[in-house]
Design a protein around this ligand. Structure first.
Ligand SMILES: [Zn+2]
Ligand SMILES: [Zn+2]
Length: 836
């Protein structure tokens, strides 16, 4: 035994050979089904979901691997805690990325995608992820998109999918419609082209019906705060009001005209109110005139004799214009009706105009004009010399009483002026108080307004699931019967979009001509495909049932595995994907298919990595290719390095030089483990450090603080190997276990060498002893008036207050402290002197 203790370390240990070990274990995991999840019978299910990748032709991006490794570590850790962990992976392979790339290289996406997926799968397996590949899915698989179409129909049947001719964002470069969310500062998010407005018939999902719920649930979801904030801002709740402006001189008007009912106004012999919707009731004191759309039903009633001719001419001219021109034309035109209304806040008469910049299809077709604080109202007031009043101003601003020379639209950090009893209030508070005041006087009704728009899901492109709708002249819009799903995407050689704004499928007559499912007559398929965000809005529901063809998601499995326990992904999807999948989940919940309404209980956004201080990009040629690094250093080193280069939720800087340090760490783990002895006893100091390390890693990993966990393990190994001492097996085995989520292959190999027959991932997690993990106490002397009266024990780093408290708790010392201390001298780690 003594002989082995004195044997110099490392000499007899075979060197660490990651390539051999990693291939051995990847094969073995596959053969033994180590990564298989017992979907139906597994206990304590834990669904560790990561955002699925778009399988690009370039192969796995290091950013993908950074994200997936973080999820894999978390998943493996939960398995070691006794959970049955499900860590599936699939491919988001429909959409404009794939289609544009296919067009660029002149290959059909249907040929390209399977190759890309094969390459991705190979790379992901090589990285050692604990993925159960039996549940792989691709959104382009008819067995998958059959159910994407089923979900469209589920929404359609609930009245949540509707078609309307709408002004849409059109990218002239991609030749497709973009959702509002895909337009960044007027430019296409994808290609940067300037986005145009077009009018097209589009399918929409009524996500705005769910705005309140989507917002409210954010209060209890365990998500990254930055993600919740992004969602809150996107939903954009604001308070508004419907305000009634009473028309003056009713006697003249009463009985002269009959006015149609409806939302646009109410007319009785006693009252005539013009109602407006506004999200800025805080500016009502600044409403100096009103504007009605020329088509507003009250216009004729309001027009006085001398204005009749001018109003009629203006109405005629406006009717000949299209809506886009009316919306975008800068030059403001309009005509006074001759009538006045009373501003309910100021009680002043304000003139009523008609102008084409107010559209009948928005709100009530009438507005209160606040030229001091609205761009278009300001232009109009300037053109027609109408009064402009400032009612919102920065605190202490000198021009707060002057007539402003430009509209002031700030709402943050500013307050109300020229607003009677509301002067001095911040805008938000002023708004609530003014709404309440107008309500109390019967002039208004508060309402909640959202910035969120309905989700436009039509795409006039080829590479997506066809929208399952048929148009029949006799029956109208007919949903494709469920038993006829999927509506397969036909293989079309020429799928290039053109400028017409019509889907390429509209050129395939043999495909779109069908007989009507209701009457059997000649009918026509919808030729738009759906937005790729619909594919990804429900994929998490599909994974546990990916092997089932008869249902989109099996009820029992869904109950067992969902909602998703932990979701990890990029914050670039904070708004769109997360919001859409929450919405679809809520709808399926309301339809009785799910017993939960939030899909992801916990969501964490991972950070992004840069390289040598610069953003990675193909043009700069500085992209890290995982294959090259894994070949050179091994997957375990690469994984551990990715997690070591910065806080997972922030990301970090990838530096080639630094990988070597992580590799040296694994080399030393290997040598220490292979060479460890079981003779004698482990060192007490090392054991203390071990328990502290277990405690730290056990806390850091679930907090995704991977870099600090790795640092703690490295520090521990330094203590273990202090003075090149021979390592005791009990000192190194737990380290191998702690390391296993990060570097699974080396951990499995060493575990086997320690004599175990089964996977290290079925062996549980090392437990720390709180007492053993406690810091060693240090002893310091205590003096009273300069005379040593005893000693106390403190944890290292304890401060004066803790030292004094410890001294006073010790009776042998405290009895000398006969009065209130006048002065306390504390020398950390050495001395406490109490002067009385
Ligand atoms: Zn574009
Ligand atoms: Zn029909």
């Amino acid at each position: 035994m003594t002989e082995s203790i004195h044997r110099p370390p490392a000499q007899e240990a075979a060197g660490y050979d990651p390539a051999a070990i990693e291939h051995k274990w990847q094969e073995r995991w596959e053969k033994r089904g180590t990564n298989h999840t017992d979907i139906d019978a597994g206990v304590r299910p834990f669904y560790a979901l990561m955002m699925f990748p778009y399988p690009s032709a370039e192969g796995l991006h290091v950013g993908n691997l950074f994200a997936f490794t973080g999820n894999d570590i978390y998943g493996r850790f939960q398995r070691l805690q006794g959970h049955t962990v499900f860590e599936p992976l699939g491919f988001d392979a429909f959409g404009i990325h794939s289609e544009n790339f296919a067009l660029k290289v002149g290959t059909h996406p249907a040929r390209l995608i399977p190759k890309n997926i094969d390459n991705f799968r190979r790379q992901l397996k090589r990285a050692g992820l604990m993925v159960d590949w039996r549940y792989e899915l691709s959104t382009t698989d008819p067995a998958y998109y059959k159910w994407t179409q089923w979900i469209f129909l589920a929404l359609y049947k609930r009245g949540l999918a509707y078609k309307k001719r709408a002004a849409v964002n059109w990218c002239p470069n991609d030749k497709t419609v973009l959702a509002n969310e895909q337009v960044i500062a007027g430019e296409c998010e994808r290609c940067g082209a300037k986005v145009e407005q077009r009018f097209l018939e589009q399918w929409f999902f009524r996500i705005t019906d769910y705005a309140g719920r989507l917002l409210a649930d954010l209060d209890w979801l365990d998500w990254s705060e930055s993600t919740k904030l992004a969602q809150r801002n996107w939903i954009g709740r604001s308070e508004g009001a419907e305000i009634a402006f009473r028309v003056q001189d009713l006697e003249e008007l009463a009985g002269t005209t009959t006015v149609a009912g409806g939302v646009t106004g109410e007319y009785t012999a006693q009252t005539l109110d013009i109602r407006v919707f506004t999200t800025r009731p805080d500016t009502v004191f600044g409403a100096t005139y009103m504007v009605l759309a020329p088509e507003h039903p009250l216009v004729d009633a309001l027009t006085t004799g001398e204005q009749r001719e001018a109003v009629a001419a203006y109405k005629k001219a406006a009717a000949n214009q299209d809506l886009v021109t009316r919306k975008v034309t800068k030059e403001k035109t309009g005509v006074f009706t001759g009538s006045f209304a009373t501003n309910p806040a100021t009680q002043q008469p304000i003139p009523i105009w008609i102008a084409d910049y107010v559209l009948m299809e928005y709100g009530t077709g009438a507005i209160m004009a606040v030229p001091g604080h609205d761009e278009r109202d300001f232009e109009f007031a300037t053109a027609f010399n109408l009064p402009i009043v400032r009612v919102v101003a920065a605190k202490g601003s000198r021009d707060q009483h002057a007539s402003p020379s430009a509209p002031f639209t700030e709402t943050d950090g500013v307050h109300l002026v020229n607003s009677g009893q509301f002067n001095g209030l911040p805008v938000a508070e002023g708004k609530s108080r003014i709404i309440a005041w107008l309500e109390a006087n019967g002039h208004a009704r508060g309402f909640i307004n959202y910035r969120l728009h309905d989700w436009c899901i039509s795409r006039q492109r080829y590479w997506g699931p066809p929208i399952p709708i048929i148009y029949c002249d006799a029956c109208g819009t007919v949903p494709v019967p469920e038993e006829q799903l999927p509506v397969e995407l036909p293989f079309v050689e020429d799928f290039k979009p053109d400028d017409t704004g019509i889907s390429p499928l509209a050129r395939v007559e043999s495909w779109y001509r069908v007989s009507c499912p209701q009457c059997g007559g000649a009918a026509r398929r919808e030729t738009d495909v759906s937005d790729t965000f619909l594919d990804s809005a429900w994929y998490f529901l599909r994974y546990p049932s990916a092997d089932r063809d008869d249902v989109p998601f099996d009820a029992a499995r869904t109950k067992k595995w969902l909602p998703v326990t932990s979701y990890i992904g990029g914050n670039e999807h904070a708004v769109l994907h997360l919001l859409y999948s929450r919405f679809v989940t809520m709808v399926l919940h309301d339809a009785g298919y799910l017993d939960f309404e939030e899909p992801y209980v916990r969501f964490r956004a991972h950070g992004h990595i840069i390289r040598e201080g610069a953003k990675m990009s193909k043009t700069k040629g500085n992209v890290v290719t995982p294959d090259t690094y894994i070949e050179k250093w091994g997957a375990d080193t690469f994984r551990t390095y990715l997690m070591f280069l910065g806080p997972y939720e922030e990301g970090g800087d990838f530096r080639d030089q630094s990988i070597a340090g992580v590799r040296r760490f694994l080399d030393r783990v290997w040598t220490s483990a292979v060479d460890a002895t079981s003779a004698g006893m482990p060192d007490v100091t090392v054991l203390r450090k071990l328990h502290q390390t277990i405690k730290k890693v056990t806390r850091d990993v679930p907090a995704l603080s991977y870099n600090t966990a790795i640092a703690a393990m490295m520090e521990y190994l330094n203590v273990v190997r202090t003075g090149e001492r021979r390592v005791h097996r009990d000192e190194i085995v737990p380290l191998v276990q702690l390391l296993s989520p990060f570097a699974p292959h080396i951990a499995e190999e060493l575990w086997e060498q320690f004599g175990h027959q089964t996977s290290i991932f079925d062996a549980g997690w090392p437990v720390f002893d709180e007492a053993l993990a406690a810091e060693e106490l240090i002893t310091i002397a205590v003096q009273v008036n300069g005379k040593t009266r005893g000693t106390i024990q403190l944890v290292p780093g304890a401060g004066q207050d803790a030292a004094l408290a410890a001294a006073m708790a010790d009776q042998t010392i405290a009895k000398f402290v006969t009065g209130a201390p006048k002065k306390v001298i504390f020398v950390p780690g050495r001395l406490l002197n109490v002067v009385i």
